[in-house]
Write a protein that binds this ligand. Sequence first.
Ligand SMILES: Nc1ncnc2c1ncn2[C@@H]1O[C@H](COP(=O)(O)OP(=O)(O)OP(=O)(O)O)[C@@H](O)[C@H]1O
Length: 503
Amino acid sequence: MNGLEKELNRGLEEALKVIFESIGKLLKGIFLGIKQLKNLKYLIAFGCMVGIAVSAYFLRGFIFKIEAPIYIQRLIYLTFLCVPIIYLVCIGNVKDKIQEKYRQMFKEIEFKGKDNKYPYFLGVREADKKLIYTFKSNISIDEWKGNKGRLETAMNCNILQYEQENNKKVIQLTTVPADFKIPTMLKWDDQYIEQKDGVIKLGESALQQISFDLNRVPHVLAAGETGSGKSVILRVCLWQMIKKGCKVFMIDFKGGVEFGLRYEDFGEVITERKRALEVLTLLVEENEKRLALFRQMQVKNLAEFNSRTGKNLCRIGVFCDEIAEMLDKTGISKEDKPLFEQIEGKLATLARLSRATGINLFLGVQRPDAKILPGQIKNNIPVRISGHFADKAASEIVLGTTDAGNLPDIKGRFLFKVGNEIIQFQSYYFDDDTMLHDVDVTVGGTLTEMKEVKKQVKGLDDIKIFEETPKVKVKKLEDAEGFDLNFDYNSMWDDALKKGGDE
Ligand SMILES: Nc1ncnc2c1ncn2[C@@H]1O[C@H](COP(=O)(O)OP(=O)(O)OP(=O)(O)O)[C@@H](O)[C@H]1O
């Protein structure tokens, strides 16, 4: 073979390569374009293109009457006939370019599956100012969540939600732009109160209202540096419990500073350790009775018990704004130690055993270290709310991650964690002066007789607190005299045995 032939062969090979590559690209473009037709917008446009091609076919007579050389007439006619294919190739190529962009993006942050493949971009759509991306990959949802920070930086957005489709390969990321801001002030409104038993609202994230159900997740820990808004968020919970007719106990060893006199109209404010132990002991007793009753009745939780029996066995909330006041044993005397230990023991028992019985703990803490919050209490508290912590170790203790270190230092801004999901939200602002107003609810009964110790507040009459702030006047908790039982435990027990036997 001489030099010229070699040259010719090489040229031919090159030409064939280019032709095959072009045909390949064309077919790929058509294929990707057809896939895009799942989108209604593209489908309608494609319908129009088919309409143009069909019209060209029927009106070809006009095209061939155009004053132009025949090859131009044919070219125009052919172009019209090919309009749908050209359209498919165009939309297919656009999609191809976007897919390549995301492939590069995942490559840069080395986010790929065990099969070494990067997630495949399937599409993006807009819904209510949010962009919802869909990707296909062999990467588990937990890995997506675990790489949240890197993904957000690469995509220049905040990821609000991860949803996996049934086949587990397709994941949807709901996002807002990186500069999207959650409002810094959201006032509480009684209209937010959910009628359903156990549902408590906390505030709003960029995506939704944040709430949880005490029937599923019974205890709450709110942690944050001083001034982050823990007391406010605990009051938001407390107010909802009151309005839903629950009994509430407020533990406040700062001499009633946290829960002032007005709160005494809604439940017992406990200011002494001995009384705290008494009440916690009664609650443990109540819990044991409830457990036995529920087992007998074969019901899962308080809501189911009440709906099955038509009774109004009440939900009970124990609120403590600063558990360090109650549990921190640093520097206490030998004589006081047993009292501290007993309180801790009762609290741990409740945290562990009152999941279904409707006795719920709402605890606030400023500095969550193991000395203050033992694991046996913390590990049984499923709802974690954390404000900003400069100290990442504190964030680790509350959330199991360092995320609270990156949270903006805004009053009322918290991270909410139940299970693995961590969501940033702004808590509702609850203002005692405007919010503590008349309530007209029926508080349910208890199984254990819990005599409330009515504190004599010296000079209360002189203060005339209700006249100064008339909105605060309470109409009437049905059992305002204390927790004397309009609840007949014996007949309840008989009923329970009967119903249990009937099952
Ligand atoms: N959700 C909110 N929205 C706007 N401002 C808030 C919110 N929550 C709290 N604040 C503001 O922050 C102040 C401090 O809140 P709060 O007393 O609840 O903090 P804290 O974390 O309990 O502090 P400490 O641990 O010192 O008791 C409030 O007086 C209020 O002005």
